[in-house]
Design a binder for this molecule. Structure first.
Ligand code: ZN
Ligand code: ZN
Length: 237
């Protein structure tokens, strides 16, 4: 066989085996996630007016916001975590090391800006992880999300305003009282804040206790806060 044909054959073979594929559905695409997957993501659903949790269309406020004190002003979650593709994207980012996938948020730039939660905000703050947890995972996904939001909104991120000083248990499955004591003293401000209003950034809104605790801390320093999450569970676990 002619050497040129051979190398063509080899390149076809390599193309077949190593052609870039969508991380979510496996379809061939030069991007990390294909257009079909992006187009299938739905960010228009009925949300709790306060915390943005997906709700049945007849409800205005979720049961948690009705019964527990919320220290943040307003939240916005872009997607419903119940959407399998959304859960898969979060899993890839958080547990499979594909943190560059956070760039998919640029496709939803308009929805993010129109949420209104970035108006009159001084800075963005990623929900911090304990340094031992960062060492285990290698990164804090919320920092990458905050960076993308900063590029979209032109609001800066303050990476050191708040730190997590206590390792906490997973909130899921704990009672409201247990969640409170689990988070007590978990976060602290590292400096006197020059900000009036911030947006706290995280990947998934589940019980909302972490964000509420951070909002409480900020409020005790006269800082108002909104929050942004990539997704929210439709109900409290
Ligand atoms: Zn895909
Ligand atoms: Zn709510």
């Amino acid at each position: 066989m002619h050497v040129g044909n051979l190398s063509k054959l080899a390149s076809n073979f390599l193309q077949l085996v190593f052609a870039p594929r969508c991380l979510v559905c496996g379809a061939k695409t030069p991007d990390l996630i294909c257009n079909k997957c992006i187009d299938s993501l739905n960010c228009s659903f009925n949300r709790c007016k306060i915390c943005s949790r997906p709700l049945a269309s007849s409800e205005a406020v979720c049961p948690v916001c009705l019964s527990e004190k919320r220290f943040f002003v307003k939240g916005f979650s872009l997607f419903n975590y119940k959407d399998e593709k959304v859960a898969k994207i979060i899993e890839l980012i958080k547990f499979k090391g594909h943190y560059r996938l956070v760039d998919f948020l640029y496709y939803f730039k308009d929805n993010i800006i129109q949420s209104g939660i970035f108006e009159n905000v001084d800075c963005l703050v990623a929900v911090p992880m304990h340094k031992k947890d960062i060492a285990e995972r290698g990164f804090n996904q919320s920092v990458f999300i905050a960076k993308v939001l900063s590029n979209i909104t032109q609001i800066k991120v303050d990476y050191s305003l708040i730190e997590k000083v206590k390792r906490t248990k997973h909130q899921v499955g704990l009672s409201a009282k247990e969640r409170k004591s689990n988070l007590k003293g978990a976060f602290r401000l590292t400096k006197k804040s020059p900000y009036h209003k911030v947006v706290v950034v995280d990947d998934v809104f589940t019980t909302g206790s972490t964000i509420n605790e951070i909002a409480k801390l900020f409020l005790s320093h006269r800082i108002k806060s909104n929050f942004f999450c990539v997704s929210s569970t439709p109900h409290l676990y």
